[in-house]
Design a protein around this ligand. Sequence first.
Ligand SMILES: C[S@@+](CC[C@H](N)C(=O)[O-])C[C@H]1O[C@@H](n2cnc3c(N)ncnc32)[C@H](O)[C@@H]1O
Length: 280
Amino acid sequence: MAVTALTLDEFKQFREYFYKKTGIEFDDSKRYFVDKRILRRIEATGARSFREYFVHMRFEASQSEFQELVNQMTVNETYFFREDHQFRVLVSDVMDEVVHNRRRRKGPIRLLSLPCSTGEEPYSIALHLIEEWPGLAQHDVELSGCDIDTVALGKCEDGVFGERSVQHVPPAMLKRHFTPLAGRRYRISDQIRDAVRFFPRNLSDPQQTRALKGYDVIFCRNMLIYFDDQSRRRAADTLFDALNPGGFLFLGHSESMSRMSSLYTVRKFTDAIVYQRPLS
Ligand SMILES: C[S@@+](CC[C@H](N)C(=O)[O-])C[C@H]1O[C@@H](n2cnc3c(N)ncnc32)[C@H](O)[C@@H]1O
């Protein structure tokens, strides 16, 4: 018989597991959203009960069913030039300071967008660097984007965006870096697309974040709002370790480091507050 509803205990069991694995917290008001997606997956996998599905999802060696759920549970809302003042501070102040602080350090300047969702954030960074940072002619820059959601990462690689997504891109820039397609969609130029490397990463999984090191700038915007205090604090530590000394961290406008960590120095630029790992 088809499974048509979850009990409150089943919802809670799932919520606790998902929180431990991802840092994302679902309060009771999200029950409908969560139950609906689990029931869909129970049906798709042919499981005969929540219990059967839950055991399969947790212990499957490939973790592909867990990934499937992650892809459905994440909120990927993003668009080009979101909180644009932060990108402007990046090119007007932060990049030059990174260059200055590097002194004799070799290798490229490394920037990371985590989470990058469907790509608009790292591509916005690339557009600002190419259009507005004169230093790009002298310095090698490596730009990466990562996210827990593998479907979103596929869209990053496709580089095709809807009208709503590009609505804040100035018309001249849209003309220079995008090709209009049928259905009011836009394909980003190969030059911008090839400037960003994408890879999957779960910020709440210590095994996956251990290798995140040596970044000069990290954008971590609009993800910590889905975390509780404990996973936010853990994320703040992980991001600190991922930054080079003197490296900068941008958070979303409703996210602040003040309750999360005292490790960072608060830097007030004209248009934005940015967090910095102290130089020594
Ligand atoms: C609302 S989007 C923000 C995208 C972009 N940074 C912005 O501000 O426009 C949140 C993203 O966080 C990702 N996410 C949630 N938990 C994550 C985790 N533990 N590790 C990595 N990414 C995660 C989701 O998949 C989603 O794409």
